[in-house]
Ligand binder design. Structure first.
Ligand code: AMP
Ligand code: MG
Ligand code: MG
Length: 312
């Protein structure tokens, strides 16, 4: 039986709300770009923040906080002013999600205190500032007892056949994925996706060891995982620190809900409870559904694994 809107368990309500909230955040991102003044601040080396990152985070965190006051919410842009314009406060739920899906048994009794929501209001800020707009995503990841269990990935600049802008993909452990049509990557060649702008010698050594037929260098953790889900790549390999928990929580949950896997470069899942440190110090290894994660791990040389073997 599908979950009714009122009676739906907490996990289902959070996903249903996050879908609507991510769509609103995506509109903010487009509006900032359309106005033309990005308000760029340099947070660190190769690490930018724009007005779109700040405003999208305020929309998401203010909306989720109002709806779920006892859930821990951690956003990339830190503590933000939650006094937002009324039309940034989203209280609607995605009724289609609630009507079509049942809550898996293990998630039915989840309480607000069991949850952490990891928010990357704009993943791919570098891509956004450089005009690779289709790679920009809004990421809302839901961790239950420190594992990534649910996620929403919204693409503000995805254009459908009718020219309509924006697409929202979701995944929940035990339900699967929605909002798009997953595809398997080609069987006759092996494609790896990796960073466009944060490479180094170890990142390259890991790629060389996998010896792919093609390397797809695109920005954004969300966008790279979409490449695995849409059949454009078999694996996501990033043997470097740099990504943070908000980059991987939603993508990991969506990929794994579809049968793929996302771990660090040593094959360990990241933990997403509220006390973890933000950096994913031991890199990222993602594999599409049907691709052997263990086989990929086996190809990575010990030198790469040793370099990445930091405490999570
Ligand atoms: P990329 O694959 O390089 O697009 O990175 C995916 C996500 O991780 C983006 O949100 C980046 O900002 C972040 N990231 C990865 N490497 C670094 C780094 N060296 N410094 C800052 N952010 C990074
Ligand atoms: Mg990011
Ligand atoms: Mg970001």
């Amino acid at each position: 039986m599908a979950c009714g809107t009122v009676a739906a368990p907490l996990m289902m309500r959070i996903v249903a709300s996050s879908i609507q909230i991510a769509v609103r955040a995506g509109r903010i991102i487009r509006d900032v770009m359309a106005k033309g003044d990005l308000g760029i601040v340099e947070k660190g080396k190769d690490d930018l923040q724009t007005e779109a990152d700040r405003s999208a985070q305020r929309c998401i965190v203010a909306s989720l906080t109002k709806l779920f006051p006892n859930v821990t919410i951690i956003g990339e842009e830190g503590a933000t002013d939650l006094k937002v314009p009324d039309d940034w406060l989203i209280s609607e739920v995605n009724t289609e999600f609630l009507e079509r899906n049942s809550c898996p048994e293990p998630l039915k009794q989840i309480k607000e205190s069991d949850l952490v929501i990891w928010v990357d209001p704009l993943d791919g800020t570098g891509e956004y500032t450089q005009g690779f707009l289709e790679r920009v995503t809004v990421l809302i990841g839901i961790a239950v007892n420190d594992r990534a269990v649910g996620g929403v990935i919204h693409q503000p600049y995805f254009k459908d056949d009718k020219g309509q802008l924006g697409r929202t993909i979701w995944g929940v452990q035990g339900i699967g994925v929605g909002g798009f049509t997953p595809k398997q990557p080609p069987a006759d060649r092996f494609i790896v996706t990796t960073t466009r702008s944060h490479s180094n010698a170890i990142v390259q050594a890991a790629l060389d060891a996998i010896s792919p037929d093609d390397v797809l260098k695109v920005g954004g953790a969300g966008y790279k995982v979409l490449q695995l889900l849409e059949g454009n790549a078999h694996a996501y390999v990033f043997a470097s620190a740099g990504c943070k928990k908000w980059d991987t929580c939603a993508p990991e949950a969506v990929l794994e809900a579809h049968g793929g896997k996302l771990t660090d470069i040593l094959g360990r899942h990241y933990r997403y409870n509220k006390d973890v440190s933000f950096p994913n110090t031991s890199g990222i290894l993602g594999s599409a559904k049907g691709i052997s994660h263990d086989e990929l791990l086996g190809k990575l040389p010990d030198s790469v694994k040793q370099a990445m073997n930091k405490t999570q």
